[in-house]
Write a protein that binds this ligand. Structure first.
Ligand code: NAP
Length: 328
C-alpha cells in the first residue's frame, strides 16, 4: 500500500513532535511547515525515521507557497494556535480563523481525504474570551469550506514538553505564595499528549470524517487540586491564596507588557469556565480511544527536576540502600 502523505502545520510544537513520531513509525510520510527551518528543523528531524520527514519553511499566509504542498498531500493537520496576540499579524483572528479557513479551502480544492484541525475545549461556553471566539469562528469557517473536516477539542494537554505543568512547577518552585484564580474552583480534564496523539492517529488510520470530538483525560481536576498535586510531586509546600479578581486583572495587565506573558486578561476570562466535556459532542472515550495516562503518574516522571536536589532527588539517588552502598 502506498504510504499516505500528511501535511502538518504547527508540527514543531508539543503535540506536533509527538504526532510526527507516531505517524512516521507507522509508515506515514510527513511534511512539516515551519516559520523557521534553522531554529526548528533539528528538533523536527529527530522525531522521524530518515526518508519519512520533509520540512518546508514558509510564511503560513503565503498562499502560493503552501498551495504547492497540497498537490502531494492526502491529509492535512493544523496544529497552529496561540495563547496571546502579538503585533505583526499574529492575532487570534488571523491564526485561529483566517488561516484554518484558507487550509480548509485548499483541502477542498486539492481533494484531500482528511483535514484535521485542533481547536479547544470549552469554547462554546467562554463567550467573553477573544481566544475562544476566534477558535469558534475558525471551526465554523472550516466546516463551510470543507464539511468533512474533523475538529478535535482538547482540554489542557500536558507532557514533559508542555508549557503548562512545567511552567507551573517552575513558578511554584520559586514563589512562596501562589494565586488561586476564581478560588481555584475551575475544573479541567487534562489529557496527556500521547493520549491525544493516539486519538489523532486513530482518526487518521480509521478514516473518520466530519465530527467534532472532545479530547479529555481520565480525571477531572480543579485548578486548586492541580496545584496541590504538583506541589506534592515536587515535595514542596506553598501557600495557595484566593486572589481577588481586581488584583488578578491588575497583574494580568502588567504581565501583558512582557514578551511572553504568564497570564493575559483574556486567559483570565477563559479561566472562569470549566474545561471539561460538554456532553454535547462525542469524546475520545466514545470513539474507542479512552485516555489511559493519569496525571500524577505521568508528571511524576519529570517533576523530580523541580524537587530540592533536582536530578539527584530521584529514588535512584536517595534510597536508603543506595546511600548505604555509597558509604560502605
Ligand atoms: N497545548 C494545549 O494545552 C492545548 C489545549 C487545547 C488546544 N490546543 C491546540 O492544539 C494546537 C497545538 O497545540 P501545541 O501546544 O502543540 O501548540 P504550540 O506548541 O504552542 O504551537 C504549535 C506550532 O505553531 C506554530 N506557531 C505558533 N505561533 C505561530 C504564529 N503566530 N504564526 C505561525 N505559526 C505559529 C509554531 O511552529 P513554528 O515555530 O515551527 O512555525 C509552533 O511550534 C493549537 O491549535 C492549540 O490551540 C492546545
Amino acid at each position: 500500500m502506498k504510504a499516505k502523505n500528511c501535511l502538518i502545520f504547527g508540527g514543531s510544537g508539543q503535540i506536533g513532535l509527538n504526532l510526527i513520531r507516531k505517524l512516521t513509525k507507522n509508515n506515514y510520510r510527513v511534511t512539516v511547515v515551519t516559520r523557521n527551518i534553522h531554529q526548528k528543523s533539528y528538533k523536527i528531524k529527530t522525531q522521524a525515521n530518515a526518508g519519512y520527514i520533509n520540512i518546508v519553511e514558509a510564511n503560513i499566509f503565503d498562499e502560493n507557497k503552501i498551495r504547492n504542498l497540497f498537490s502531494k498531500a492526502d491529509i492535512c493537520i493544523n496544529l497552529i494556535g496561540i495563547l496571546y496576540e502579538q503585533k505583526k499579524g499574529s492575532t487570534f483572528k488571523n491564526i485561529h480563523s483566517v488561516f484554518p479557513s484558507l487550509l480548509a479551502k485548499l483541502c477542498k480544492e486539492y481533494n484531500l481525504k482528511q483535514f484535521i484541525h485542533l481547536s479547544a475545549l470549552g469554547i462554546n461556553e467562554a463567550i467573553d474570551s477573544d481566544y475562544a471566539k476566534s477558535k469558534l469562528e475558525g471551526e465554523s469557517n472550516i466546516l463551510k469550506n470543507f464539511p468533512l473536516a474533523i475538529i478535535l477539542r482538547p482540554s489542557i494537554v500536558y507532557s514533559v514538553d508542555d508549557n503548562f505543568t512545567t511552567n507551573f512547577m517552575r513558578l511554584l518552585s520559586v514563589l512562596p505564595i501562589f494565586p488561586l484564580y476564581y478560588e481555584g474552583k475551575t475544573k479541567f480534564a487534562p489529557i496527556h499528549c500521547s493520549d491525544l496523539t493516539d486519538t489523532i492517529y486513530h482518526v487518521i488510520s480509521k478514516n473518520i470524517y466530519s465530527n467534532i470530538i472532545e479530547c479529555i483525560g481520565p480525571e477531572v481536576i480543579s485548578f486548586k487540586d492541580l496545584l496541590e498535586r504538583l506541589l506534592k510531586l515536587m515535595n514542596k509546600k506553598r501557600i495557595l491564596i484566593p486572589f481577588p479578581l481586581t488584583l488578578a486583572k491588575l497583574t494580568a495587565n502588567f504581565f501583558e507588557m512582557l514578551p511572553n506573558p504568564l497570564l493575559t486578561r483574556d486567559q483570565l476570562r477563559l479561566l472562569k469556565y470549566n474545561n471539561i466535556s460538554s456532553g454535547k459532542y462525542k469524546t475520545n472515550f466514545d470513539i474507542g480511544i479512552p485516555s489511559v495516562r493519569f496525571f500524577d503518574k505521568e508528571v511524576e516522571k519529570y517533576s523530580y527536576m523541580w524537587r530540592d536536589g533536582g536530578q539527584f532527588s530521584t529514588e535512584k539517588y536517595t534510597s536508603k540502600k543506595n546511600l548505604e552502598n555509597k558509604t560502605s
